[in-house]
Design a protein around this ligand. Sequence first.
Ligand code: AMP
Length: 397
Amino acid sequence: MKTIKDLDITGKTVFIRCDFNVPKDEDGNITDDRRIRGALPTIRYCLERDCKVVLGSHYERPTPNVYEDRYSLRDVKIRLRKLLKMADEITMASDVVGEETLSKAKSLKAGEILLLENLRYEAGETKNDIEFAKKLASMVDIYINDAFGACHRSHASIDAMARLFDREHRGAGFLLSKEVNFFQKTLENPIRPFVAVVGGSKVSGKLEALRQLLDKVDKVIIGGGMAFTFLKAQGYEIGNSLVEDHLLDEARTVMIKARKKGVKFYLPVDVIVAPEFSDTVPSKYVTSQEIPENWMGLDIGPASSRLFRTVLNDAQTIIWNGPMGVYEMDKYAKGSLKMSHNIADANATTIVGGGDTADVALRAGDVEEMTFVSTGGGASLNLMEGKTLPGIEALKS
Ligand code: AMP
């Protein structure tokens, strides 16, 4: 896979597939612009080489062919202007590959940027449609993918479009290369002890990643809703806690595999329980052995946080995916925030992957302390599962 540095891009028209799928509040304000900031090195690199730059990204999931205002990338344009300290040099058209866009792309001058509208406004994007990809490709000389967060999807701007360029005219941007290198190098050659911290709601979503990780790590810490399936598989009463009964056998198999491989496997020893999924009802700390009937575990307890801190003490590499509890409610956020602090304080290479997990690290004020916070949740999980990503495959093909 070539990177942008391997290509001759000077003076050319360059398409950069970015991931501008940024979180917004109810009023439509961007609440976290790390994904936009993450794309800046590649954009600046092109501008410094007198390129004409065409930026493309998806934003959420609009109904195809319906140009609903709330899915527009206009706010991204405003933020880009601010971050790049540019004004009218960054323009937008009102469509994705319509006449207005094509003519604006044609009249671009060196050092100017055209931001396309939300690629998913067009039905062809998610269908990996070759005709749509051809229209996108017709605007530019060079294709760059810098959208790690979207690389696990076979979409037109990620897959079909990349394949329309030869190896001298397509490559990975700085963000994409960094993300892939980090995950691959860490997973292939970690400094030990290597600890995986896995949380989040369900075992099902992370089962394959867990299986793969067991071949690589020295210790696994499980938290979040998925811990209850493992606790139940060990014979604990878990009340009304989240559980996937059909995966109890799988959970047992994972724990047996861990034992056979000598991987230390840690589950929460205490939890915060509440009678309902709510932060307005009384809650209490109980040991994992004493979860009352009809109550549900919504966060790990303080003893688990202390235990997990000890487990992380000698770690040299830590990979973290998934919160320890329902962190969206302040009352059940402590376990996740403490985990974030513990990981950030460790003298280790620390890799945080997943949108929710990155959000926890951000709320905890720990992002700067982490070695690497991945911008792509699904994509990083796929890499942990040992899968190839369509976006990377297309660049390599
Ligand atoms: P995931 O997308 O699988 O990483 O899961 C993230 C979600 O898991 C977050 O929205 C959390 O609120 C949720 N979660 C974490 N712990 C629990 C729990 N004990 N019970 C229910 N949901 C949980």
